[in-house]
Design a protein. Structure first.
Lengths: 137, 137
DNA sequence: ATATATTGCTCTAGAGACTAGAGCATGATG
DNA sequence: CATCATGCTCTAGTCTCTAGAGCAATATAT
Protein backbone atom coordinates (compact mmCIF):
# COMPACT_ATOMS: atom_id res chain seq x y z
CA UNK A 1 0.00 0.00 0.00
CA UNK A 2 1.34 3.39 -1.05
CA UNK A 3 0.75 6.78 0.51
CA UNK A 4 -0.23 9.59 -1.83
CA UNK A 5 3.33 10.85 -1.63
CA UNK A 6 4.76 7.49 -2.69
CA UNK A 7 2.31 7.35 -5.57
CA UNK A 8 3.27 10.86 -6.57
CA UNK A 9 6.97 10.01 -6.62
CA UNK A 10 6.44 6.82 -8.62
CA UNK A 11 4.21 8.31 -11.29
CA UNK A 12 5.53 11.86 -11.46
CA UNK A 13 2.05 13.23 -10.80
CA UNK A 14 1.95 15.90 -8.10
CA UNK A 15 0.03 15.20 -4.91
CA UNK A 16 -2.67 17.86 -5.38
CA UNK A 17 -3.10 16.70 -8.96
CA UNK A 18 -3.79 13.16 -7.79
CA UNK A 19 -6.49 14.46 -5.47
CA UNK A 20 -7.82 16.56 -8.34
CA UNK A 21 -8.09 13.48 -10.58
CA UNK A 22 -9.97 11.71 -7.83
CA UNK A 23 -12.37 14.62 -7.60
CA UNK A 24 -12.83 14.56 -11.37
CA UNK A 25 -13.70 10.88 -11.20
CA UNK A 26 -10.68 9.66 -13.17
CA UNK A 27 -9.47 7.49 -10.32
CA UNK A 28 -11.77 5.84 -7.83
CA UNK A 29 -11.67 6.77 -4.18
CA UNK A 30 -8.88 4.74 -2.61
CA UNK A 31 -8.90 2.94 0.71
CA UNK A 32 -8.00 4.95 3.76
CA UNK A 33 -5.74 4.35 6.73
CA UNK A 34 -7.14 4.42 10.26
CA UNK A 35 -6.18 8.08 10.36
CA UNK A 36 -8.10 8.78 7.13
CA UNK A 37 -5.09 9.00 4.84
CA UNK A 38 -5.29 7.66 1.29
CA UNK A 39 -3.68 4.27 0.65
CA UNK A 40 -3.14 3.15 -2.93
CA UNK A 41 -2.80 -0.28 -4.53
CA UNK A 42 -0.76 -1.27 -7.57
CA UNK A 43 -3.92 -1.15 -9.66
CA UNK A 44 -4.42 2.45 -8.64
CA UNK A 45 -0.86 3.15 -9.69
CA UNK A 46 -1.39 1.63 -13.12
CA UNK A 47 -4.51 3.66 -13.60
CA UNK A 48 -2.70 6.84 -12.66
CA UNK A 49 0.18 6.00 -15.01
CA UNK A 50 -2.38 5.55 -17.78
CA UNK A 51 -3.82 9.00 -17.06
CA UNK A 52 -0.41 10.58 -16.82
CA UNK A 53 0.59 9.05 -20.08
CA UNK A 54 -2.54 10.29 -21.79
CA UNK A 55 -2.00 13.79 -20.46
CA UNK A 56 1.60 13.74 -21.65
CA UNK A 57 0.23 12.88 -25.08
CA UNK A 58 -1.99 15.93 -24.76
CA UNK A 59 -5.32 14.14 -24.37
CA UNK A 60 -7.99 16.02 -22.48
CA UNK A 61 -9.41 14.76 -19.21
CA UNK A 62 -12.63 13.94 -21.04
CA UNK A 63 -10.85 11.88 -23.69
CA UNK A 64 -8.99 9.98 -20.98
CA UNK A 65 -12.19 9.35 -19.09
CA UNK A 66 -13.66 7.88 -22.25
CA UNK A 67 -10.61 5.70 -22.86
CA UNK A 68 -10.72 4.41 -19.29
CA UNK A 69 -14.34 3.52 -19.69
CA UNK A 70 -13.55 1.72 -22.96
CA UNK A 71 -10.65 -0.15 -21.42
CA UNK A 72 -13.02 -1.59 -18.87
CA UNK A 73 -14.98 -3.42 -21.56
CA UNK A 74 -12.34 -5.59 -23.25
CA UNK A 75 -14.93 -7.34 -25.37
CA UNK A 76 -16.17 -4.25 -27.16
CA UNK A 77 -14.81 -3.14 -30.53
CA UNK A 78 -11.88 -0.76 -30.31
CA UNK A 79 -13.06 1.67 -32.97
CA UNK A 80 -13.87 4.20 -30.26
CA UNK A 81 -10.37 4.25 -28.86
CA UNK A 82 -8.97 4.42 -32.34
CA UNK A 83 -11.17 7.36 -33.20
CA UNK A 84 -10.11 9.31 -30.12
CA UNK A 85 -6.45 8.82 -30.92
CA UNK A 86 -6.93 9.73 -34.58
CA UNK A 87 -8.89 12.85 -33.83
CA UNK A 88 -6.26 13.91 -31.38
CA UNK A 89 -3.53 13.26 -33.93
CA UNK A 90 -5.36 15.50 -36.35
CA UNK A 91 -5.57 18.24 -33.71
CA UNK A 92 -1.86 17.94 -33.07
CA UNK A 93 -1.10 18.26 -36.77
CA UNK A 94 -3.25 21.35 -37.08
CA UNK A 95 -1.53 22.92 -34.11
CA UNK A 96 1.90 22.17 -35.55
CA UNK A 97 0.95 23.81 -38.83
CA UNK A 98 -0.33 26.89 -36.99
CA UNK A 99 2.79 27.19 -34.92
CA UNK A 100 5.00 26.86 -37.96
CA UNK A 101 3.27 29.77 -39.62
CA UNK A 102 3.78 31.67 -36.41
CA UNK A 103 7.43 30.74 -36.23
CA UNK A 104 7.93 31.99 -39.74
CA UNK A 105 6.21 35.27 -38.98
CA UNK A 106 8.17 35.84 -35.80
CA UNK A 107 11.44 35.00 -37.51
CA UNK A 108 10.72 37.60 -40.10
CA UNK A 109 9.78 40.19 -37.54
CA UNK A 110 12.81 39.57 -35.39
CA UNK A 111 15.29 39.46 -38.27
CA UNK A 112 13.97 42.71 -39.71
CA UNK A 113 14.46 44.57 -36.49
CA UNK A 114 17.77 46.36 -36.69
CA UNK A 115 16.50 49.71 -35.50
CA UNK A 116 18.02 51.09 -32.36
CA UNK A 117 15.02 52.88 -30.96
CA UNK A 118 11.40 51.98 -30.53
CA UNK A 119 10.50 54.56 -33.10
CA UNK A 120 11.69 52.35 -35.92
CA UNK A 121 11.56 48.98 -34.21
CA UNK A 122 10.19 46.42 -36.61
CA UNK A 123 8.67 44.36 -33.82
CA UNK A 124 6.43 47.22 -32.79
CA UNK A 125 5.74 48.27 -36.37
CA UNK A 126 4.77 44.74 -37.38
CA UNK A 127 2.36 44.50 -34.50
CA UNK A 128 0.81 47.83 -35.30
CA UNK A 129 0.40 47.10 -38.95
CA UNK A 130 -0.96 43.78 -40.05
CA UNK A 131 -0.16 44.76 -43.61
CA UNK A 132 3.49 44.03 -42.87
CA UNK A 133 2.67 40.36 -42.37
CA UNK A 134 3.25 37.82 -45.07
CA UNK A 135 0.67 35.15 -44.45
CA UNK A 136 -2.67 35.35 -42.78
CA UNK A 137 -3.04 34.38 -39.14
CA UNK B 1 -16.93 57.36 -33.00
CA UNK B 2 -17.54 53.64 -32.93
CA UNK B 3 -19.77 51.61 -30.66
CA UNK B 4 -18.26 48.55 -29.06
CA UNK B 5 -20.08 46.43 -31.63
CA UNK B 6 -18.58 48.39 -34.53
CA UNK B 7 -15.15 48.04 -33.01
CA UNK B 8 -15.70 44.34 -32.55
CA UNK B 9 -16.70 43.87 -36.19
CA UNK B 10 -13.77 45.89 -37.46
CA UNK B 11 -11.09 44.17 -35.41
CA UNK B 12 -12.52 40.68 -35.08
CA UNK B 13 -12.30 40.89 -31.29
CA UNK B 14 -15.48 39.84 -29.54
CA UNK B 15 -17.38 42.39 -27.51
CA UNK B 16 -16.88 40.78 -24.09
CA UNK B 17 -13.21 40.37 -24.91
CA UNK B 18 -12.87 44.09 -25.58
CA UNK B 19 -14.39 44.82 -22.19
CA UNK B 20 -12.05 42.24 -20.71
CA UNK B 21 -9.02 43.97 -22.22
CA UNK B 22 -10.23 47.25 -20.76
CA UNK B 23 -10.52 45.63 -17.34
CA UNK B 24 -6.99 44.23 -17.71
CA UNK B 25 -5.69 47.70 -18.48
CA UNK B 26 -4.64 46.93 -22.05
CA UNK B 27 -6.87 49.59 -23.48
CA UNK B 28 -7.76 52.78 -21.68
CA UNK B 29 -11.31 53.50 -20.65
CA UNK B 30 -13.05 55.03 -23.64
CA UNK B 31 -15.39 57.97 -23.74
CA UNK B 32 -19.04 57.31 -23.07
CA UNK B 33 -22.24 58.36 -24.75
CA UNK B 34 -24.92 60.21 -22.81
CA UNK B 35 -26.48 56.86 -22.11
CA UNK B 36 -23.17 55.50 -20.73
CA UNK B 37 -22.24 53.42 -23.73
CA UNK B 38 -18.61 53.10 -24.81
CA UNK B 39 -17.56 55.17 -27.80
CA UNK B 40 -14.24 54.42 -29.46
CA UNK B 41 -11.89 56.53 -31.54
CA UNK B 42 -9.60 55.44 -34.36
CA UNK B 43 -6.69 55.44 -31.95
CA UNK B 44 -8.56 52.98 -29.77
CA UNK B 45 -9.10 50.81 -32.80
CA UNK B 46 -5.40 50.80 -33.66
CA UNK B 47 -4.52 49.85 -30.14
CA UNK B 48 -6.98 47.00 -30.19
CA UNK B 49 -5.66 45.79 -33.55
CA UNK B 50 -2.17 45.80 -32.03
CA UNK B 51 -3.39 43.66 -29.15
CA UNK B 52 -5.29 41.32 -31.42
CA UNK B 53 -2.28 40.91 -33.59
CA UNK B 54 -0.05 40.14 -30.63
CA UNK B 55 -2.53 37.57 -29.33
CA UNK B 56 -2.71 35.97 -32.76
CA UNK B 57 1.04 35.66 -32.63
CA UNK B 58 0.58 33.91 -29.28
CA UNK B 59 1.98 36.64 -27.05
CA UNK B 60 0.66 36.72 -23.51
CA UNK B 61 -1.32 39.64 -22.17
CA UNK B 62 1.67 40.57 -20.04
CA UNK B 63 4.02 40.60 -23.01
CA UNK B 64 1.59 42.78 -24.92
CA UNK B 65 1.23 45.14 -22.01
CA UNK B 66 5.00 45.49 -21.96
CA UNK B 67 5.14 46.12 -25.71
CA UNK B 68 2.45 48.76 -25.46
CA UNK B 69 4.35 50.51 -22.73
CA UNK B 70 7.51 50.35 -24.86
CA UNK B 71 5.71 51.67 -27.91
CA UNK B 72 4.76 54.74 -25.96
CA UNK B 73 8.40 55.75 -25.53
CA UNK B 74 9.63 56.02 -29.12
CA UNK B 75 12.98 57.40 -28.01
CA UNK B 76 14.00 54.41 -25.93
CA UNK B 77 16.15 51.60 -27.31
CA UNK B 78 14.19 48.78 -28.82
CA UNK B 79 16.20 45.95 -27.27
CA UNK B 80 13.29 45.21 -24.95
CA UNK B 81 10.81 44.68 -27.72
CA UNK B 82 13.33 42.60 -29.58
CA UNK B 83 13.92 40.42 -26.53
CA UNK B 84 10.22 39.76 -26.04
CA UNK B 85 9.80 38.68 -29.63
CA UNK B 86 12.90 36.51 -29.55
CA UNK B 87 11.94 34.80 -26.33
CA UNK B 88 8.53 34.10 -27.74
CA UNK B 89 10.02 32.71 -30.93
CA UNK B 90 12.10 30.37 -28.83
CA UNK B 91 8.98 29.23 -26.95
CA UNK B 92 7.20 28.60 -30.21
CA UNK B 93 10.10 26.50 -31.48
CA UNK B 94 10.16 24.44 -28.32
CA UNK B 95 6.44 23.83 -28.60
CA UNK B 96 6.74 22.77 -32.23
CA UNK B 97 9.45 20.27 -31.33
CA UNK B 98 7.31 18.87 -28.50
CA UNK B 99 4.28 18.52 -30.72
CA UNK B 100 6.29 16.79 -33.42
CA UNK B 101 7.43 14.15 -30.96
CA UNK B 102 3.83 13.76 -29.98
CA UNK B 103 2.68 13.49 -33.55
CA UNK B 104 5.20 10.76 -34.13
CA UNK B 105 4.11 8.83 -31.06
CA UNK B 106 0.45 9.11 -31.93
CA UNK B 107 1.07 8.06 -35.51
CA UNK B 108 2.79 4.97 -34.29
CA UNK B 109 0.03 4.16 -31.83
CA UNK B 110 -2.73 4.66 -34.35
CA UNK B 111 -1.02 2.73 -37.13
CA UNK B 112 -0.32 -0.23 -34.86
CA UNK B 113 -3.92 -0.58 -33.88
CA UNK B 114 -5.46 -3.23 -36.05
CA UNK B 115 -7.11 -5.16 -33.26
CA UNK B 116 -10.83 -5.44 -33.38
CA UNK B 117 -11.61 -5.44 -29.69
CA UNK B 118 -10.43 -3.30 -26.79
CA UNK B 119 -8.64 -6.30 -25.40
CA UNK B 120 -5.87 -6.04 -27.96
CA UNK B 121 -6.29 -2.40 -28.96
CA UNK B 122 -2.87 -0.83 -29.32
CA UNK B 123 -4.15 2.59 -28.29
CA UNK B 124 -5.17 1.30 -24.90
CA UNK B 125 -2.11 -0.90 -24.54
CA UNK B 126 0.23 1.95 -25.40
CA UNK B 127 -1.37 4.17 -22.80
CA UNK B 128 -1.18 1.47 -20.17
CA UNK B 129 2.44 0.67 -20.83
CA UNK B 130 4.92 3.44 -21.27
CA UNK B 131 7.47 0.81 -22.26
CA UNK B 132 5.77 0.62 -25.65
CA UNK B 133 6.77 4.22 -26.40
CA UNK B 134 9.75 5.04 -28.51
CA UNK B 135 10.93 8.39 -27.22
CA UNK B 136 10.52 9.95 -23.84
CA UNK B 137 7.76 12.45 -23.27
C1' DA C 1 -44.73 59.06 -32.24
C1' DT C 2 -44.55 54.59 -30.97
C1' DA C 3 -43.54 49.68 -31.14
C1' DT C 4 -40.12 46.50 -31.76
C1' DA C 5 -35.50 44.73 -32.37
C1' DT C 6 -30.90 45.07 -31.62
C1' DT C 7 -27.24 46.33 -29.15
C1' DG C 8 -25.37 47.89 -24.97
C1' DC C 9 -24.60 47.91 -19.75
C1' DT C 10 -22.91 45.52 -15.18
C1' DC C 11 -22.11 41.65 -12.53
C1' DT C 12 -21.33 36.90 -11.63
C1' DA C 13 -19.94 32.42 -12.77
C1' DG C 14 -17.79 28.86 -15.64
C1' DA C 15 -14.30 26.62 -18.56
C1' DG C 16 -9.76 23.46 -18.23
C1' DA C 17 -6.29 21.63 -15.71
C1' DC C 18 -4.36 22.38 -12.32
C1' DT C 19 -1.62 25.16 -8.25
C1' DA C 20 -1.13 27.48 -3.77
C1' DG C 21 -2.16 28.41 0.84
C1' DA C 22 -4.40 28.13 5.50
C1' DG C 23 -5.00 25.56 9.43
C1' DC C 24 -4.93 21.36 11.45
C1' DA C 25 -4.13 15.92 11.91
C1' DT C 26 -1.26 11.81 11.26
C1' DG C 27 2.79 9.12 11.03
C1' DA C 28 7.78 8.14 10.73
C1' DT C 29 12.23 8.86 12.75
C1' DG C 30 15.75 9.96 16.43
C1' DC D 1 8.42 11.21 23.47
C1' DA D 2 9.59 15.14 20.63
C1' DT D 3 9.96 16.73 16.24
C1' DC D 4 9.05 17.24 11.60
C1' DA D 5 7.68 15.65 7.15
C1' DT D 6 3.68 14.35 5.16
C1' DG D 7 -1.24 14.12 4.98
C1' DC D 8 -6.09 16.04 5.37
C1' DT D 9 -9.98 19.45 3.81
C1' DC D 10 -11.45 23.61 2.01
C1' DT D 11 -11.09 27.79 -0.48
C1' DA D 12 -9.28 30.66 -3.85
C1' DG D 13 -6.19 31.78 -7.61
C1' DT D 14 -4.04 31.06 -12.35
C1' DC D 15 -5.01 32.59 -17.63
C1' DT D 16 -7.84 34.18 -21.26
C1' DC D 17 -11.61 34.54 -22.19
C1' DT D 18 -16.96 33.06 -22.67
C1' DA D 19 -21.83 32.77 -21.24
C1' DG D 20 -25.83 34.22 -18.99
C1' DA D 21 -29.07 37.15 -16.20
C1' DG D 22 -31.50 41.21 -15.87
C1' DC D 23 -31.99 45.59 -17.29
C1' DA D 24 -31.03 50.22 -20.23
C1' DA D 25 -30.14 52.67 -24.53
C1' DT D 26 -30.40 53.14 -29.38
C1' DA D 27 -31.88 52.17 -34.19
C1' DT D 28 -35.35 50.87 -37.38
C1' DA D 29 -40.08 50.20 -39.04
C1' DT D 30 -44.63 51.52 -39.04
Amino acid sequence: MLTIGDLSRRTGVKVPTIRYYEQMGLISEPERSEGNQRRYSKTDMERLAFIRHGRDLGLTIDAIRELISLSQHPDRPCAGADRIAKEHLEDVRIKIAQLKRLEHELERIVSHCDGHSIEDCYVIRALSDHGLCEGEH
